[in-house]
Design a protein around this ligand. Structure first.
Ligand SMILES: CC(C)(COP(=O)(O)OP(=O)(O)OC[C@H]1O[C@@H](n2cnc3c(N)ncnc32)[C@H](O)[C@@H]1OP(=O)(O)O)[C@@H](O)C(=O)NCCC(=O)NCCS
Length: 157
């Protein structure tokens, strides 16, 4: 599992108990997982379909640096299943786990559509094939520095 994104727990992220608010954490992990699914499927039209139970393993406090990890566990016809974990960057203590997050690939009509992917793709194979074949190979439909940076990080891990 690659831990791409780091967050610094700030006062606005806290619950009344003074620890990290679960809603903030879920927002971050849903966004992180969506970006991962978009990168893997090469399509920006991807939606969250299902999340299994969420285990808030331990709390995080103001000033903590946490990191968000995602990996693909299954490629379906139109879906991709991910596993997520959040941990303290320094101590590596687990903060949250989600065993199953299902994202669905959509067509322009907003219906589920086959994505044709069967395994995790890394930036080097994705972009090397694209460069080698001069653009003849299907390129990712997403663009932007953030996604390229994430893909590069994926390759580096
Ligand atoms: C995503 C959506 C188009 C799927 O519609 P649908 O009629 O369920 O589509 P399908 O029956 O073709 O199922 C699509 C895929 O989801 C999977 N799926 C459906 N229900 C599921 C569930 N409860 N748990 C896990 N996977 C599920 C199916 O197995 C299928 O996967 P596969 O093609 O890899 O085999 C529709 O449910 C939807 O628009 N939901 C709202 C999404 C949303 O707004 N999310 C929040 C904002 S991002």
């Amino acid at each position: 599992m690659n831990f791409h994104t780091r967050k610094w727990v700030k006062p606005e992220d806290l619950n009344p108990n003074g620890t990290l608010f679960g809603g903030s954490l879920l927002r971050w992990i849903d966004e992180e997982a969506a970006i991962y699914a978009i990168s893997q499927l090469g399509n920006q039209r991807v939606v969250t379909k299902f999340m299994s139970e969420i285990n808030f393993v331990s709390s995080a406090r103001q000033g903590d640096i946490i990191e968000l990890g995602i990996t693909a566990t299954h490629f379906g016809r139109s879906s991709i299943t991910l596993r997520a974990e959040v941990r303290n960057k320094i101590t590596r203590k687990s903060i949250l786990t989600v065993e199953k997050m299902v994202f669905v690939n959509l067509n322009e009509q907003g219906e589920s559509a086959p994505h044709g992917r069967t395994q995790i793709r890394y930036a080097d194979e994705l972009f090397e094939a694209y460069r080698r074949d001069g653009g003849a190979v299907e390129a990712p439909k997403v663009s932007g520095d953030d996604l390229l940076e994430e893909a590069a990080e994926e390759a580096a891990h």
